[in-house]
Design a binder for this molecule. Sequence first.
Ligand code: APR
Length: 223
Amino acid sequence: MIFVLTGAGLSAESGLGTFRDQGGIWTKYDLSKVATPEGYAADPSTVLDFYNARRANAASAEPNAAHRALARLQGARETFLVTQNVDTLLDRAGAAQVLHMHGRLDQVLCNKCGARWHAPEIMDPFDHCEHCGAQAVRPDVVWFGEMPHGLDEIEANLSRASLFVAIGTSGTVYPAAGFVEMAAAHGIPTLELNLEPSGGVFDEGRYGPATGIVPAWVNELCA
Ligand code: APR
């Protein structure tokens, strides 16, 4: 099984910003104000403005050749696909199973009862939960300081992978940043496909825009 971890670089050529590159999202916004539970409690309107804008961008973006190549890979080889991204471009490219470890922009979550449903066009801090009626609705994304989704499933699959591949991620945010070391500790070969070396320790690295290097790599595997 091939374990694939993706990050913002996968969607960069679809026009969605990355976080830490020059001009990245965290160079324009204070993440403590828009991507933490404390920030949301202090000023939900500002946080929802941030996510409503990102959601509109993601909804109008199209999957690129790298997303489509990963969907093709998943159809041809046993592939466990984990994304840190909150866009759904891999799903829209046709990937059948994507683990959204940082949540997803197209859903909202009720902080009271845990219900999830498709996000309205514009999220409003005074929205009520469709299931329990509580005024406790928030974007279904994982904020800093919160537990990512699916860690048990991720660790179970990581331990039995035949190859670990990181695509378009700077490897700076844990626990995702630690997956490559976990793979290496299991003796699993590791490959980085990125615009430039992230500084992580990989057995192999191929560098360039994802829309070039990812399809080329998938073509080798699925030839
Ligand atoms: N093709 C391939 N890689 C690219 C491209 C591209 N066209 N453009 C940028 N990259 C690479 C950059 O070199 C960088 O290594 O993508 C990576 C993006 O890194 P970040 O902006 O840090 O994004 P990511 O690693 O996904 O961030 C992880 O941090 O802020 C949190 O929750 C957020 O999920 C995010 C997490």
